[in-house]
Design a protein around this ligand. Structure first.
Ligand SMILES: Nc1ncnc2c1ncn2[C@@H]1O[C@H](COP(=O)(O)OP(=O)(O)OP(=O)(O)O)[C@@H](O)[C@H]1O
Ligand SMILES: [Mg+2]
Length: 139
C-alpha cells in the first residue's frame, strides 16, 4: 500500500507557499507523516545580490525568517518537521531532494514573482513535469 511518511514542502516566503504549508500540515497530521521545509537559495539570486556563493549571516537571518510562518503552522498542528536550505536551481534541488527518499512534494501554485501571467510558476511547473515522485500543487 502507498504510504505517505515523508513530505517535502517548498517554502520561498510567499503566501502561496504558506498556503501549501497549511495543507501539508493537515495531511501530515492525518497520515502521521513528517514534513521537511525546504528553501533553495537560487543561483540567480546569489549572483545578483550577493555576488558570491557563500552563506552570509545576513542571509541566514533572511532564510530563518522565511521558515518562521511555516514552522508555526507545523507546530500548531503538532506535526514533526525539519528544515533544509540548499543553494542552486530551486526546481532541480527540489526534484533531487524529493527523489532521495520522500513520498510526496507539496508546493504552492505561485511564489514570490510579481509576474502572474501564467497559471503555475516556473518552479512548480518544472517540478510537476520532472519529478519522479508525486507532486501536490496547492492553489
Ligand atoms: N526557492 C524556492 N525554494 C523552495 N520552494 C520554492 C522556491 N521557489 C518556489 N518554491 C515553491 O514553488 C511554489 C511556486 O513558486 P514559483 O517560483 O514557481 O512561482 P512564482 O515565483 O510565482 O513564479 P516564477 O518564480 O516562475 O517567476 C511556491 O509556492 C513554493 O512552494
Ligand atoms: Mg518564484
Amino acid at each position: 500500500m502507498t504510504e505517505i511518511k515523508k513530505i517535502l514542502l517548498g517554502i520561498d516566503g510567499s503566501d502561496g507557499s504558506y498556503k501549501a504549508a497549511g495543507y501539508a500540515a493537515d495531511l501530515a497530521a492525518r497520515v502521521g507523516a513528517t514534513v521537511t521545509l525546504m528553501f533553495v537559495v537560487s543561483d540567480q539570486y546569489t549572483d545578483r545580490f550577493i555576488a558570491k556563493p557563500t552563506y552570509t549571516p545576513n542571509e541566514e537571518i533572511m532564510v530563518g525568517s522565511r521558515f518562521n510562518r511555516a514552522k508555526a503552522i507545523m507546530e500548531e498542528k503538532h506535526v514533526a518537521y525539519d528544515t533544509v536550505v540548499e543553494m542552486g536551481n530551486p526546481a532541480q534541488k527540489l526534484i533531487a531532494t524529493g527523489d532521495s527518499g520522500y513520498d510526496m512534494i507539496v508546493l504552492g501554485t505561485r511564489g514570490l514573482s510579481a509576474v502572474k501571467e501564467f497559471m503555475l510558476g516556473s518552479v512548480s511547473s518544472k517540478v510537476v513535469q520532472h519529478s519522479r515522485i508525486p507532486v501536490l500543487i496547492v492553489p
